[in-house]
Design a protein around this ligand. Sequence first.
Ligand code: AMP
Length: 406
Amino acid sequence: MSTTVLVINCGSSSIKYALVSERREDRIFGLAENLGSVEARIKGITVGGEPLELSIPHADHEKALETILSRLSQYNPQAIGHRVVHGGSLTKAERLTPEIIQRIREATPLAPLHNPAHLVGIEATMRLFPELPQVAVFDTAFHQTMPAHAYRYAVPKFLYTDHNVRRYGFHGTSHAYVSERGSELAGSLKQGGWLTAHLGNGSSTCAIWNGESVDTSMGLTPLEGLVMGTRSGDVDPSLHTFLASNLGWDIYKIDKMLNSQSGLLGLSGLSNDMRTLIEASEQGNEDATLAIEVFCYRLAKSLAALSCGLPRLDGLFFTGGIGENSAYIREKTLSYLPHFGFNFSKEKNDSLKRGTEGRIDNGTGPQIWVVPTDEEGRIAKETSAVVESELGATPAKKSELETAIA
Ligand code: AMP
């Protein structure tokens, strides 16, 4: 990757950013938060590794982006890569054009919390930096290779044909990066069958065959699948009817409960943060202990289910804040998969330095690796690939990019 890319992830009141160049060590990153309020500020790390904190009272997305870019312009970013949660039926990263922006807008009913915030950021950067090539990289795109038997729900066909009701899957940039990097570490270069477990505040699993997603745990929205920080994951769909008929809850209250008050937080009544729960469990808190157990059991169940999508299982990759850092959760999850033939090494698992790559099996059976994810790096790589392929393919666009670089 020879292009320096500014990666942007716009939320409703925050913007995460990272300036990604060839060397991972040179990365500059930060977060603009509390946008629109008097407490709006930018917190980050400068190129020298120094902490940065800048107050930008009442700044909106556009003002924050202008401030971020003006501080980074000395590093000459040559393209902007936007993380977009839902790309609908788009299958790969796309250069932002009015048509692609419209496709992102059309996917809004499928990601009502995320896509509108991404669009605010996209429109602001297009206005502010019209000369920079901009690319959207979708969380859903990696999963567009799933076969119909994995992505269709067993509901009437018209809901799929007329209303796009199907399983999409998310965390695609993470599953793509981790499976590619992991299979490289394992010496199989994208070949074979792998399972990935992305375990963070949001969590999902994925089955990958020869580098392509063949199934994943999230569905129409990021609520399906595993137990997460505040999301329930799978519940009986009749729970909605039960709550409506017996407690008089409306659909919005139920949705809020399942997305924001459930998962680890709901089960423990204490926290959505796995570290807090492990500490509480060590001190004898039974609800925290149960929350951890449900998390690990349901994760193991999901991995077992997804393995049906693979002709052969070569191994498993753990990633995300929990997957990268918690030897305890990895061990507990694997204890529910004794029939997989994993030859788990407790010693290697316990001694793996937090946040580093490493193999945690004894060298026979399917491999088990910890692979720290790099979503920003993957978004930058895909952005760079789109921009560089256009440079090669369309001479007319060459001058546009060259002007931007100059
Ligand atoms: P992420 O969303 O990927 O940043 O991951 C956030 C989650 O990772 C939170 O639940 C944290 O508690 C969890 N986490 C981070 N470090 C550890 C750790 N050492 N042990 C257990 N969980 C951790």
